[in-house]
Design a protein around this ligand. Structure first.
Ligand code: ATP
Ligand code: MG
Length: 321
């Protein structure tokens, strides 16, 4: 087991008071697992990523445990986190420029990443071999002309190139856990496919565990072995991606799956789930999905179901309790 999240609650302080944006999140990740986290906008996906990477903004509060390789990151002070950020947990953002320093050349930043890993692993390596390693990684990523790329500043690269530089950084750091938050949504489709293959390669060759955040459940199918469905800050369903897509248990997941475009032109309209996710300031009583659910029963409006586990699947729904 690489990561174990137990009873995690996360709150933000806003202008009109505290909101609880993650509620009772429990999640175990094995070494080498490739997991996709899906859910509509505002369901708390990025908050979950930022919480694990311990990069939440100051107006936030964490309760619960986030244990990676025996270290409870949730209990560490900011001053103690330095050692773990980036090297244990590395996060890639939708805008890859957020992962890079705008005033330092790309080559310098990649060299730093390689150096940090060698230090972490207790190796003493000279600059020359580190530089060779950087160039090798860039060649592996099929970046054209790596010698010219290392000499540029991040803003002098295209979006797809920057995202590949950030992946190069991950390859050099070899983090225990990589969290990628919509890393391909700003790229055009051909580059998107290349970048996705790089994540798969990273996962296969280095056995890196990856949490891949996306609102697109069909992308989750392409990339991940396991999918976690979030709604209003809760995990609603969790299981092998084939199982969840073939036979979604939660009515919310059923709605997401039904809304995947089939590619059939006769499909007259997309089957969007009616209504909108609730505001964290006015969550409904009972199951948070009940106002939009087409299988709602009385109890759903009164009491929130627990998440229950059955045959390696988890679901939070009264239909199964
Ligand atoms: P998206 O798909 O749009 O990226 P998401 O699933 O990543 O959505 P989050 O960004 O985690 O969702 O946001 C969850 C909730 O927390 C939202 O209601 C959002 O407005 C709120 N939120 C996020 N960051 C903050 C913050 N720094 N301060 C206050 N509220 C926040
Ligand atoms: Mg987000």
């Amino acid at each position: 087991m690489l990561l174990q999240i137990r009873n995690l609650n996360v709150y933000y302080n806003t202008l009109i008071g505290w909101i609880k944006v993650l509620n009772d999140v429990n999640l175990s990740v094995e070494k080498g697992e490739m997991i996709s986290i899906v859910g509509e906008s505002g369901s708390g996906k990025s908050t979950l990523g930022h919480t694990i990477a311990r990069i939440l903004p100051p107006n936030s509060k964490i309760q619960g445990d986030i244990v990676i390789d025996g270290v409870n990151l949730a209990k560490l002070k900011d001053s103690e986190l330095q050692k773990y950020r980036g090297t244990w947990v590395f996060m890639i953002f939708q805008n890859p420029l957020n992962s890079l320093n705008p005033v330092k050349k790309v080559g310098f930043q990649l060299l730093e990443a390689a150096k940090i890993r060698h230090q972490r692993d207790g190796k003493k390596t000279d600059e020359e071999s580190l530089a060779k390693e950087v160039i090798e990684v860039l060649k592996d990523l099929r970046l054209p002309d790596p010698y010219s790329i290392v000499d540029r500043y991040p803003h002098q690269l295209s979006g797809g190139q920057v995202q590949r530089i950030v992946i190069a950084m991950a390859l050099l750091l070899k983090p225990k856990l990589l969290i990628a938050d919509e890393p391909t949504s700003a790229l055009d489709v051909t580059i998107q496919a290349q970048v996705i293959n790089l994540f798969k390669q990273l996962n296969r060759e280095l056995n890196t565990s990856i949490l891949f955040i996306t609102h697109d459940i069909s992308l989750a199918y392409i990339i991940a072995d396991r999918v976690i469905v979030m709604y209003a800050g809760r995990i609603m369903e969790d299981g092998k991606v084939e199982d969840v897509l073939k036979s979604p248990m939660h009515p919310y997941t059923q709605g997401l799956v039904a809304s995947i475009p089939t590619g059939d032109k006769n499909q007259s309209k997309l089957n969007a789930i009616p209504g909108n996710p609730p505001s964290f300031f006015a969550l409904p009583m009972g199951c948070k999905f009940n106002p939009r659910c087409n299988k709602v029963i009385d109890i759903c409006k009164q009491k929130e179901p627990n998440i229950i586990e059955k045959n390696g699947r988890r679901v939070r729904c009264w239909l199964y309790e």
